[in-house]
Structure formats: C-alpha cells, structure tokens
Unconditional design. Structure first.
Length: 113
C-alpha cells in the first residue's frame, strides 16, 4: 500500500514541477509559490506513507492538484487522473498487504513451505 502510494505521490511531484514550468510565463509569484509548495509537500508526503497521516495529507494534495487547474488548465485532467491512481493505490495496496499477511501467517504455521 505504501509503495504504490509513494509512487503515485512522487510522480505527482514531477508533474507539478512541469506545471510550474508552464505557469512561469503567464502567472505571478503567488501561483508559482503555491505550485512549488504542492510539489514540495508531495515529495515530503512520499516519506510519510508508512503512517496514516501520509494518506491524509496525500488525499488533500489530490485536491490541490485538481485546483491548480485554475493556473494550468491541463492540471484539471492530470489532477483527476492522479486522484484516480491514488484511490486505486489505496485499495489495491490494502488488498496486496492482506494477501501478504495471509501468506506470512501460513508460512509461520507451516515452516516447511
């Protein structure tokens, strides 16, 4: 779960970096500062994915990416795409961790496996 989530949020940081390059010519310091803050928070949140707070902050960052579409219109689409990937990472990661826990429990019960 955390590996998938960290991967999605790290890729979002790169996308925000490219969005900042697009916003540089036409927008002011405030828009660039907010975009830079979102990108920085994405990188920091990737390190917090072991804890519940990482998922909470990451979920708010999904909203931030979509809202940044006001500055760079393609971010409406990319933010929605990454929000979908974020949801998939959450549910698919939980499923994978449950399977891993089950396999570990079976291995502990039968050490010859």
């Amino acid at each position: 779960m955390r590996i998938l989530g960290a991967s999605v949020i790290t890729m979002e940081a790169f996308v925000m970096g490219f969005a900042l390059l697009l916003a540089m010519d036409n927008h002011g310091v405030l828009a660039l500062t907010i975009g830079g803050l979102i990108a920085l928070l994405c990188i920091l949140t990737a390190g917090l994915m072991k804890k519940r707070i990482g998922w909470i902050v990451g979920s708010f960052l999904q909203v931030g990416l979509i809202v940044y579409g006001v500055v760079v219109p393609i971010m409406y689409f990319l933010g929605a795409l990454f929000a979908i990937l974020w949801i998939i990472a959450f549910f698919l990661g939980r499923k994978g961790e449950a399977i891993r826990a089950q396999l570990m429990a079976e291995r502990d019960q039968n050490p010859s496996i």
